[in-house]
Design a protein around this ligand. Structure first.
Ligand code: BDR
Ligand code: CA
Length: 332
């Protein structure tokens, strides 16, 4: 059986860097084929997310893989950058070398479409940043939902869990709600036309905030695998600890993105509930909220699988241990 083809759309970003390293490790172990990396503007601007992706791929020892620049900002509103979260260049305290790895000439939406068409019914796509580039890809290829085998989105918050950007909003969705809502609408239409279609796995803060990286993880990482990669990750994470501490969460880091990458690769181990989701694009107090219709008031086709837990003894901590082990395998 050939390894699962995987496309990552990210905005590195400190926890995105862990997701990149994790996926490179899985690729090198022969469990997946990382077929492309799309960079989208996120907490920092597009030039930085692209440069960071290239540098992290180099540090992780990734084979040549197309890296494309996607959307430079939110599709309908001015993009809000938040360097206080991931550092001025998106890599915390890490200083990343410029690399000789080149950016692919295609834009990120084109890579989405090309990858989906190259692996119809096989591609597992993972979004760990805003959905802005994916929204553009859906414009170009309306059949994208039928082409990808599965899509995992780090976005939103469900089941009454509070937001991390507004009282009800998670950052990736809050920064570009129109893009996230386009994902909801397009998969709703596709599911209405094909009842067997797999709807996206929405991994919100209700679950991802349980993936907690502590200084102890960083110490252990350096102890078992001291390398340029792990030293840079630890420096990046030191900034993420300080950010979380500054907002009252303690000296720790919630590492949403590698956790979602793991969920995407282990769908059978994710507890989900099918649902209908729309993203609030208007409300004065609720813009960016992921609004789930649990009782079917809207009478619409399900367009989302809401991730609510993991079927893993040890829960999210054990998942993080697997991510840790994969990343540590790169540094040895
Ligand atoms: C998400 O926002 C970003 O800051 C993180 O990288 C993650 O993708 C969490 O809300
Ligand atoms: Ca991210």
């Amino acid at each position: 059986m050939r390894p699962t083809p995987v496309l990552l759309d990210c905005d590195p970003g400190i926890d995105d860097a862990l997701a990149i390293a994790y996926l490179v490790a899985e690729h090198l172990a022969g469990r997946i084929e990382l077929v492309g990396v799309v960079c989208t503007a996120g907490n920092v601007g597009l030039p930085d997310t692209v440069a960071n992706a290239l540098a992290w791929l180099d540090l992780a020892g990734a084979p040549p893989v197309p890296v494309c620049a996607g959307a430079a900002g939110a599709i309908a509103v001015p993009h809000v950058f938040t360097p206080e979260t991931h550092g001025p260049r998106g890599a915390g305290h890490a200083v990343l070398d410029t690399t000789t790895r080149c950016v692919d000439a295609r834009d990120g939406a084109r890579l989405w479409v090309d990858a989906a068409r190259a692996y119809p019914g096989e591609l597992v796509a993972i979004v760990t940043g805003p959905s802005s580039t994916l929204a553009g890809a859906l414009e170009r290829e309306p059949d994208l939902p039928g082409l990808v085998a599965d899509l995992a989105v780090m976005g939103g918050t469900f089941r009454g869990h509070p937001g991390n950007t507004t009282p009800v909003g998670e950052w990736n969705v809050d920064v570009d709600p129109e893009a996230a809502d386009a994902i909801c609408l397009r998969w709703e239409a596709a599911r209405a036309a094909d009842a067997d279609l797999m709807v996206p796995l929405w991994c919100g803060l209700n679950l991802t905030e349980r993936a907690v990286w502590t200084p102890r993880h960083s110490e252990r990482l350096l102890a078992v695998a001291d390398s340029p990669l792990t030293r840079a990750l630890v420096e990046a994470l030191r900034f993420y600890f300080e950010f979380h501490d500054s907002v009252g969460e303690g000296y720790l880091a919630r590492v949403h993105d590698p956790f979602v990458a793991w969920l995407a690769l282990h769908p059978d181990m994710v507890i989900t509930e099918d649902s209908h989701v729309r993203v609030e694009c208007g409300g004065e107090h609720t813009r960016g909220m992921t609004v789930e219709d649990r009782r079917g008031h809207r009478g619409r086709a399900d367009n989302a699988r809401i991730a609510t837990g993991v079927r893993v003894p040890g829960g999210p901590d054990a998942v993080l241990d697997e991510v840790f082990a994969a990343i540590a395998s790169l540094g040895r």
